[in-house]
Write a protein that binds this ligand. Structure first.
Ligand code: FAD
Length: 305
């Protein structure tokens, strides 16, 4: 890899910063116990001062209200800047417009805009709602048209999205989202950094200059990661599988190995000039806190959660 490639990657991963910038993704809790756990996690991670925290939107809009109430609580009880995920699945333009309007009314200024998975699950054809947005670029354009003060992030796929016939088609889609007003792309998780480097090179060659923030998934459970990877077309290197071999019933060792693996991944990315990371927390603080520590981040006391 050339120095020029490195410096251009560093420049495009965001404004130069001594300390990396981080963001965290949570999912809306289903039960009271899960809610308590999420708030413990938020309390632990908030002092690391992430640039934002995002809350996912369940398949087919199944968590519409829970996503909204989690976001509202973050706004009300912390200094964190929340980003609400939103998909087009099963909703008309009017319904989506109502959801975005409600977010804007309570003070949300960041949305992660997505098409979403087909209602029948990955591998089945995606069917657009008869009165809905035709794709994610259309959703981005609509949000920006009505609410120019809302920042929009979108998805990116270092291994291309499973529905994309090839990388060119995939990156054309990313370009359409950027042209519609997306300010940042967050990647699907990946475990081989070369996939990310190659993808960023392709994206830059296409003239796209928004930050492509790597999505980092610490392996809480290898079984779960394997299922997720199969569904999403994410490759699992054999060395990764070997590291977790035999640890299914040994959570303590698994945690140590997971922290080592994810810390190694982000430290290597940081050495290559990447200064912006999005962590898929799975609503758990310990691994992400440890990895952030290894990146040089320290908690700052604040009026947190
Ligand atoms: P898009 O960016 O619209 O499309 C992805 C790719 O699929 C495109 O590059 C394009 O090549 C191909 N494609 C799309 N439509 C077509 C078409 N009609 N014909 C041919 N090719 C096509 N899902 C949720 O349900 N809730 C969430 O909160 C959520 N958060 C996510 C956050 C991140 C950072 C990421 C990476 C994914 C997230 N997802 C979420 C998953 C996402 O909804 C799925 O991957 C979905 O299948 C695609 O949505 P998208 O917006 O990424 O797709």
């Amino acid at each position: 890899m050339s120095e020029t490639a490195l410096s251009s990657r560093a420049a495009h991963s965001g404004a130069p910063a001594k300390q990396p910038r981080i963001s965290f993704e949570f999912f809306p809790p289903k039960t009271e116990e899960m809610e308590t756990n999420l708030w413990e996690t938020i309390k632990r991670l908030a002092p690391l001062q992430p640039s934002f925290v995002s809350v996912t939107y369940g398949a087919g809009g199944s968590t519409r209200e829970r996503t909204h109430s989690t976001i509202t609580r973050i706004l009300g009880e912390t200094d964190l800047l929340p980003a609400a995920h939103l998909t087009c699945v099963g909703a008309s333009r009017a319904e989506i417009s109502d959801i975005v309007g409600r977010y804007h009314d309570v003070g949300v200024r960041h949305i992660v805009a997505l098409r979403g998975d087909p209602a029948g699950g990955m591998g089945t054809p995606y069917v657009t709602h008869p009165d809905g947005h035709k794709n994610s670029a259309d959703l981005v354009a609509d949000i920006k048209r009505h609410y120019p003060d809302i920042e929009v992030s979108v998805s990116a796929y270092p291994e291309k999205h499973p529905e994309s016939p090839d990388f060119d088609a995939d990156i054309d889609f990313l370009k359409a989202k950027v042209d519609a007003g997306a300010a940042r792309a967050i990647t699907q998780c990946f475990f081989d950094n070369d996939l990310y480097y190659r993808y960023v090179d392709r994206v830059r060659a296409r003239g796209i200059d928004i930050p492509i923030v790597p999505g980092i998934l610490p392996v809480q459970s290898f079984k779960q990661v394997r299922n997720f990877a199969t569904r999403t077309g994410t490759s699992l290197p054999s060395w990764l599988e070997a590291k977790f071999d035999g640890l299914d019933n040994d959570p303590e060792t698994r945690k140590l190995v997971a922290a080592t693996v994810a810390a190694g991944q982000v430290q290597k990315l940081a050495k290559q000039g990447v200064d912006n990371f999005h962590f898929y927390t799975m609503n758990r603080a310990d691994l992400v806190f440890a990895i952030s520590h290894l990146l040089g981040l320290r908690p700052v006391s604040q009026k947190a959660a």
